[in-house]
Design a protein around this ligand. Structure first.
Ligand code: ADP
Ligand code: ZN
Length: 514
């Protein structure tokens, strides 16, 4: 589809852009024809324009449903800067009466609301008394339980949308796997042929995923190699604080960001980061949504993200200007162990999809194949086998059949009663008797000393791989127990392959020393 010439004029005049990018034109054209659409575009691809431009052109107001007040205010700021007549209607706004008057009078191009307000009866009444041109549903994956960020309030939107059958709907999201896409279409009542998916590849981002051995040292190395602005995602507020302090001691400007900080400090840190050319933000995933900083040069994960979608979204904040950027994930077996433990707390009907999500992430982490190919396949694309710009393409790793050694390890776990940690198991398997071992009679077990000195160094990575896949699960007291398909592996019915990484860090260390 091509957009009418007036659209191009508005693109120049209102937004100052010479041309549409990627699928933007296609989406705008459909919306201007009044056809409901779901568009899936990666972060930074320019989703906002696809509703803001029709909002400017169409008579009446485009009502935008958005999940976060902070996000709305960012959008509002940039729309207003372009001379678009926009307003937000949130509990944080004191001028709600004036906004509603302007809305009724047809003096607004855009009106941003949260889903919980949009689904209320008095908002529906308000819409009945105002000219509405378009419904834009931002972060539309929130409507799906398959999505990674389900918000029950999004489910309440449907009756509102259905009450205005002549108003087209435009749903937007950066992340949606095949399953979630179909669900969004169904939930929001958009026909299947209304799906427009942009390419997901971010060729300038170099992906690398490594086991975590010494987090601070590894992060320090990443900072040294990347002098530009960067984000380090940490799993908890405490970890954010701790890393920000430790890394800041090295001279680089490093600030923390998480939802527990005073809002004024948070805003100040964010503003400092946006303005900076070399700063590092250590943050929880609360940071990044709606932040327009195109020159982020690296994104590091200090632990695993929630899912491939989360990984893609978070790493996608790097290199939005198109210049080279890196994304490095440092993962540990305990990340997967914790995530699998958390599965137990998930509601029953969601557990299967959450488990699949985690398995898919483990597949990305544990692979010897091209990371980009796996990411893009996850989003339904058919990429080439290699990309030349990820760790596995640049330094190919081998895959080894470790089934025999995995069986020895699992068998030791079983025979020692599924309550000991890896350190103890390693001693038993390599035949190092100590008091604890003799006291418990573990030196009398058939598994005592069955691992050779040659095999021994592999035990850690096998344990990591087995934990990532859920074949080994942690016990309450820090031991390891059998889980997942451990019994199949023990019986010889399932194989275990592990990635054999080249000694990257050591090699790099030598180069620097030379
Ligand atoms: P998304 O919401 O998809 O992450 P945004 O809507 O925030 O992306 O847009 C990302 C950046 O791209 C913004 O700085 C925006 O001004 C810019 N942009 C959007 N469309 C175009 C275009 N057609 N030409 C040039 N820049 C654009
Ligand atoms: Zn690759």
């Amino acid at each position: 589809d091509t957009a009418p010439p007036e659209a191009l004029t508005a693109l120049h005049d209102t937004f100052g852009f010479p041309a549409f990018r990627g699928v933007q034109e296609h989406v705008v054209a459909r919306v201007l024809e009044g056809r409901s659409t779901l568009t899936i575009m990666p972060t930074g691809a320019g989703k906002s324009l696809t509703y803001q431009l029709p909002a400017v052109m169409l008579r009446g107001t485009c009502v935008v449903v958005s999940p976060l007040i902070a996000l709305m205010h960012d959008q509002l700021r940039s729309a207003t800067a372009n001379g678009i007549r926009a307003a937000t209607l949130t509990s944080a706004d004191t001028d709600r009466m004036a906004t509603m008057d302007a809305f009724r009078a047809g003096e607004l191009d855009l009106l941003y609301v949260a889903p919980e307000r949009a689904s209320q009866q008095h908002f529906r009444d308000l819409l009945s008394s105002a000219p509405v041109s378009l419904f834009a549903i931002d972060e539309a994956h929130c409507v799906s339980e398959w999505g990674h960020d389900f918000r029950p309030d999004y489910r309440l939107l449907r009756p509102l949308l259905d009450a205005f059958p002549d108003v087209p709907r435009l749903a937007l999201t950066a992340t949606a796997d095949q399953h979630t896409r179909a669900d969004i279409l169904a939930q929001l009542g958009i026909a299947d042929d209304g799906l427009i998916v942009a390419g997901f590849d971010r060729p300038n981002i170099r992906y690398a995923i490594r086991p975590r051995d010494s987090l601070q040292r590894q992060l320090k190395a990443i900072l040294d190699e990347n002098p530009g602005p960067g984000i380090i995602y940490a799993p908890t507020r405490a970890k954010v604080e701790q890393l920000a302090e430790a890394l800041g001691a090295s001279g680089r400007r490093v600030l923390p960001y998480h939802a527990g900080l005073d809002p004024a400090i948070r805003a100040r840190n964010q503003a400092a980061f946006v303005a900076s050319e070399d700063m590092v933000m250590v943050a929880t995933v609360a940071f990044g949504m709606g932040i327009d900083k195109p020159d982020v040069r690296f994104v590091a994960h200090a632990g695993i993200p929630k899912s491939i979608e989360g990984y893609y979204q978070e790493t996608g904040r790097a290199g939005r200007d198109g210049d080279p950027a890196v994304a490095v994930m440092l993962w540990g077996a305990e990340d997967f162990a914790r995530a699998r433990q958390r599965l137990a707390e998930v509601e029953d009907h969601r557990r299967a999809s959450e488990r699949q999500r985690l398995d898919a992430l483990a597949g990305l982490v544990e692979t010897a194949q091209c990371r980009r190919a796996i990411l893009l396949r996850h989003f339904g694309e058919h990429p080439p086998e290699t990309c030349g710009n990820c760790d596995n393409c640049l330094e190919p790793v081998g895959v080894t059949d470790a089934t025999q050694l995995a069986r020895k390890l699992l068998s030791a776990v079983y025979r020692t009663g599924q309550s000991f940690g890896l350190g103890h198991l390693e001693k038993v398997l390599t035949g190092q008797g100590d008091d604890r071992i003799t006291q418990r009679g573990h030196d009398q077990l058939s598994v005592f000393g069955i691992v050779t000195a040659q095999e021994a160094p592999m035990l850690k990575s096998i344990a990591r791989a087995l934990q990532a896949r859920g074949s080994l699960v942690p016990t309450e007291h820090g031991g390891l127990a059998l889980g997942g398909n451990a019994r199949e592996i023990l019986k010889g019915e399932a194989a275990v392959e592990v990635v054999v990484a080249p000694p990257r860090e050591r090699r790099r260390g030598k180069q620097r020393g030379a």
